[in-house]
Every structure is written in structure tokens, then in C-alpha cells.
Write a protein that binds this ligand. Structure first.
Ligand code: ZN
Length: 110
């Protein structure tokens, strides 16, 4: 969802070079976003960002802020959930000390 806002702005910039904003291709959107923000905007679950007819940017896996959706663990695009499900146990130990908070994270994989 954090990518939706920057990509929406990048789509407006990319649309400035076209007569019709709907002519912006996925490649042009990626180039515009990279030149403005640097790096590549990727969905952690392998979704694709799609520009709708009304100019919104939505993720094919997660939707957008108006229509959010979450993939089920066994969904083909549930990559991050597959990784999370590969853990058998996660332990977090937080200790408050004089010099700050110390955190120890232990992860056991299946
Ligand atoms: Zn996504």
C-alpha cells in the first residue's frame, strides 16, 4: 500500500507526455517512478500495479486503500505469507536497559 501513493503521482507525471492519460504503459510508469523516487516499486507478494480507467493505481494482489485485500496463505501470490508460514516458532525478547531497548529475535524454520 505504501507504493500506491508514489505510483499515483508518477502516473500523473508520465501522463503529462501523453494526450490521453490512459495511454501510460506499465513500463512508462516504472520509469517515471524510478526517476522521481529512485529504486523500483515492487509488491512484496509479486502483485502488479495496474492503472485503472479512472486513473487510480491498484495492486493486483492487495488492491488499494479504498478496496484493500489480503491474499490467503495458499494463494499463488502469497510469497511473503509462504515465507512467514515457513517459520515454526518466533521468539522476541525485549530488555529495557540504561542505554536503551535491546531486542533479540529468534526464528526457527520448519
Ligand atoms: Zn501488493
Amino acid at each position: 500500500m505504501d507504493n500506491i501513493g508514489p505510483l499515483t503521482s508518477a502516473a500523473r507525471v508520465a501522463a503529462g507526455t501523453h494526450h490521453d492519460a490512459l495511454e501510460v504503459t506499465a513500463e512508462e510508469l516504472a520509469v517515471a517512478a524510478s526517476s522521481i523516487y529512485g529504486g523500483v516499486h515492487r509488491c512484496p507478494c509479486g502483485g502488479h500495479y495496474i492503472r485503472t480507467q479512472d486513473g487510480r493505481i491498484v495492486c493486483s494482489v492487495h488492491g488499494d486503500a479504498n478496496h484493500p485485500q489480503q491474499p490467503v496463505p495458499d494463494a499463488p501470490n502469497g510469497g511473503s505469507l509462504e515465507m512467514l508460514n515457513s517459520f515454526s516458532e518466533i521468539r522476541v525478547l525485549l530488555t529495557f536497559l540504561e542505554d536503551g531497548l535491546h531486542a533479540v529475535l529468534e526464528i526457527d524454520r520448519q
